[in-house]
Design a protein around this ligand. Structure first.
Ligand SMILES: [Zn+2]
Ligand SMILES: [Zn+2]
Length: 392
């Protein structure tokens, strides 16, 4: 991402959130927009695709605490866009080149910010020098790509490998990204002499902006490539195998470094972000790293104690000893039968017992239960309840 983007783009407006938005609010806004503009659901709609890229870019910056801070600082210092006034600026002429070369003094309110911003803007303002690199031959980082995947409960717990069809922008193969018809060569833009940047004077400010004649590319194409219509860009679709780590939760965004679009001219690949959806399981639930399960037991098992079989996810059932006098709803912990954590250790299986009452009884059972009932007739389980209700 160009540092210049920080001044020109209002990422908060793109996501439709206030500057004071919390990380959660930003995430929520992003998800809604990403769904709305996702290329998979808007085949060939270029406007929506552009919008999707803008939204992703805004989220990349605002979701990263460090980058969001840099962005906020840059915009506080210079205002949004080119109209900003330097705090305490006394009306003397200066230009950003001096400012970021480290010779100019910062105003009192912003003391200390200069050095950090020097790094931030280095790439932008050092372009006017004698090094005439053209835009097309510079290493270019591949795009970040957003994708989605729906996993079964077990796949999410154990980790899995999924096939993903990814569409990204790449250099046009016909013109190798130059935008000029095969056999012709783009020429260096005479206006900016190939730098792609032009200086604009705004009163006391000399602001660098993309050259209008070449749109910041530094090159002029006389005969456009017929395949990409001179843009130099093409769509590339490929299928990759992506490893989803064990233990992802529903709604989690998994980042796979360098699995995005390939870089160009030796630039690094972009990253791949996968939004995961996890289907619920018929039997097991999840509570963080632990799996949960409700296990039916009979009244006599709970009262007398018993060894019961409890199913595990992808494994043999385990035997659980429940002690005599186990109350309904008590939860037992089966160690190491939960969700695999990042470090390879496992969470636990939390088994809650639920006493079931037989719907029908045969004669023998009824007889025995009546006998039991007579035996415990002296104990009134509601005596204390009634007493306490009265004493309030
Ligand atoms: Zn130019
Ligand atoms: Zn082309």
């Amino acid at each position: 991402m160009s540092t210049k983007d920080y001044l020109e783009k209002d990422y908060y407006a793109v996501l439709g959130v206030p500057k004071t938005a919390t990380a959660d609010e930003i995430k929520k806004a992003y998800r809604k927009l990403a769904r709305q503009y996702h290329p998979d659901t808007n085949q060939g709609d270029a406007t929506k695709e552009t919008k999707f890229k803008e939204v992703s870019e805004a989220y990349d910056v605002l979701s990263d605490t460090k980058r969001r801070k840099e962005y906020d600082e840059a915009r506080t210092l210079f205002g949004s866009g080119v109209g900003g006034q330097r705090p305490g600026g006394g009306g003397f002429p200066f230009d950003f080149g001096d400012l970021f070369g480290g010779t100019a003094q910062q105003g009192g309110q912003t003391g200390g910010a200069g050095e950090r911003l020097g790094d931030l803007f280095g790439g932008l303002f050092n372009r006017g020098g004698s090094t005439r690199t053209t835009t097309t031959s510079r290493p270019r980082r591949g795009q970040d790509i957003e994708s989605e995947v729906t996993l079964t409960f077990t796949e999410a717990v154990e980790g899995t490998t999924v096939s993903l069809r990814l569409t990204s922008s790449a250099a046009c193969a016909a013109c190798t990204g130059t935008g000029a018809k095969a056999g012709t060569t783009p020429r260096v833009c005479p206006t900016c002499e190939g730098t792609g940047a032009a200086s604009r004077n705004l009163g006391n400010f000399a602001f660098s902006e993309p050259c209008r004649d070449c749109k910041g590319r530094g090159l002029i194409v006389d005969v456009p490539c017929p395949v990409c219509e001179g843009s130099g860009r093409a769509k590339s679709t490929r299928t990759i195998q992506a490893r989803i780590p064990a233990g992802v939760a529903d709604g989690q965004r998994v980042k796979l470094k360098a699995k995005g679009a390939p870089g160009e001219n030796g630039g690094p690949a972009g990253d791949l972000y996968i939004q995961t959806h996890v289907k619920p399981h018929a039997v097991f639930g999840r509570s963080g790293d632990n799996l949960t399960i409700t296990v039916p037991v009979t009244f006599s098992e709970a009262a007398l104690g018993a060894e019961i079989k409890v199913p595990t996810l992808k494994g043999m059932p385990v035997t659980l000893r429940i002690p005599a006098g186990t109350p309904n709803g008590r939860t037992f912990r089966v160690r190491g039968r939960g969700v695999t954590r990042k470090d390879g250790t496992k969470g636990d299986l939390l088994a809650s017992v639920e006493v079931v009452v037989p719907k029908t009884l045969d004669d023998k059972s009824r007889e025995l239960l009546n006998e039991f009932s007579t035996a415990v007739a002296s104990e009134d389980p509601r005596a204390e309840l009634i007493q306490r209700a009265r004493s309030e």
